[in-house]
Ligand binder design. Structure first.
Ligand code: ASP
Ligand code: MG
Length: 407
């Protein structure tokens, strides 16, 4: 007998038939003797629709009311799932965040979970009742409903698994696992049997959309065993586990990419102390996250070029902020380029193998792809290249690192 959290994403509960299919999976787990907490997303498309309602009603909205509206999608699914389970003869009830309670901070729209009470759920689970929990939501210190940021029901599931000391957290989705790269781009992409928390964290934050980044961070910190699997097929998915559990570690485990990048170059800024602060200070104040940064060596010792990337959605705000601060920064020209993609190779094996970066640079060079910006960490190398090279670059790297399937 195990205690498990089963999380169903939007496509897995997209209509009543799919909710019934998911409920069938829950019933089988209950019949196998497991204690089950179910976390549900809103039915596919519902959250987007709710966000649209808010946007159309109020341009600069009250985030507390945004949360009141968008959290409702999950509540509908939770009630329907509980009803379906009851129809199947399984004892079940729905739970909203405040009823558990899932306590968060007060950052409406992207709140963080601070504490989950288990006194209400624990005895019910032990008695065999299935708890169906509305994902994506919690309650603020002031008792208002909060949401955890888009994709946040993954985080609800992992946080609950940690709080309930569950043996496993199964994330049911519309793909059957985590792949070496996006199978829509590389037909020879392979499904990974296992991936370490740390690699999954990089994959998620560098563009792989399968799990919310925050949920992987939580799983890593609390040692939650995650499984990503399909709700439409009966086969094992990908296990996200501690590094020690992975026997045959590849040097590179996966290749992620993000088109959500834009590049800004400030031409000829003064090469003197305080310049970086004068650029990145105002950007931080404008809530623009800066990712990769390169400063080119100045030939005359007086002026230098500063290049960096921001999220594409932040580009206009970043440009406006820099223009407003032009007098203080003293740059000659600002060049904004939204047509870039960040491609990253990821693998904990990099810690112990030399030459991984060189393989990346050589492979891109052989394809005539110019690298615009580079950044590295212990287990990843990211390069910024022209967006038109996305497919070519990913396919070439996938082969170069020996990730292609045999057949
Ligand atoms: N329904 C929310 C969203 O679409 C949360 C989730 O599905 O994880 O972002
Ligand atoms: Mg999701």
């Amino acid at each position: 007998m195990a205690r498990i959290v089963m999380k169903f994403g939007g496509t897995s509960v997209a209509d009543l038939d799919r909710i019934a299919n998911a409920a069938g999976r829950v019933k089988r787990a209950v019949e196998a003797g497991d204690e089950v907490a179910v976390v549900v997303s809103a039915m596919a498309g519902v959250t987007n629709q709710l966000v649209g309602y808010v946007d159309k009603t109020s341009r600069v909205y009250d985030a507390r009311e945004y949360d009141a509206v968008v959290a409702s999608g999950e509540q509908v699914t939770a009630g329907l799932m509980a009803l379906r389970l009851q129809e199947l003869g399984v004892a079940a009830r729905s739970w909203h965040g405040w009823q558990i309670p899932i306590r968060t901070n007060e950052v409406h729209g992207k709140a963080r979970i601070e504490e989950i009470g288990t006194d209400n759920l624990d005895p019910r689970l032990k008695s065999g009742e299935v708890a169906v929990i509305a994902g994506f939501q919690g309650v603020s210190p002031r008792g208002r409903i909060t949401t955890l940021g888009r994709g946040g029901s993954d985080t609800t599931a992992v946080a609950l698994a940690a709080a309930l000391k569950a043996d496993r957290c199964d994330i049911y989705t519309d793909v059957d696992g985590v792949y070496t790269t996006d199978p829509r781009i590389v037909a020879k992409a392979r499904k990974l049997e296992r991936i370490s928390h740390e690699e999954m964290l990089e994959m998620a934050s560098l563009g792989a959309k399968v799990l919310q980044t925050r949920s992987v961070e939580l799983a890593m910190n609390h040692g939650v065993r995650l499984q990503v699997l399909s709700s439409f097929e009966d086969k094992p998915g990908t296990l996200v586990v501690d590094e020690e559990e992975i026997v045959e570690q590849q040097v590179v485990s996966g290749i992620a990419y993000s088109r959500d990048e834009a590049k800004i170059t400030l031409v000829k800024v003064a090469d003197k102390p305080g310049v970086a602060a004068s650029i990145f200070g105002p950007l931080a104040d404008a809530a623009v996250n800066v990712d990769m940064i390169v400063q080119s060596v100045s030939s005359d010792g007086q002026r230098t070029d500063m290049t960096f990337t921001v999220a594409k959605t932040d580009l206009d705000r970043a440009v406006k902020t820099l223009e407003e601060n032009r007098a203080a920064i003293e740059y000659e020209q600002l060049i904004a380029d939204p047509d870039v993609v960040k491609i990253s190779v990821i693998g904990v094996g990099m810690r112990s193998h030399a030459g991984v970066a060189q393989t990346m640079f050589r492979t891109l060079a052989e394809k005539g792809i110019n690298i615009q910006v580079i950044s590295t960490s212990e287990i990843k190398i990211s390069t910024l290249v022209g967006e038109e090279y996305t497919e070519l670059a990913i396919r070439a790297l996938h082969s170069a690192y020996g990730l292609d399937t045999a057949a």
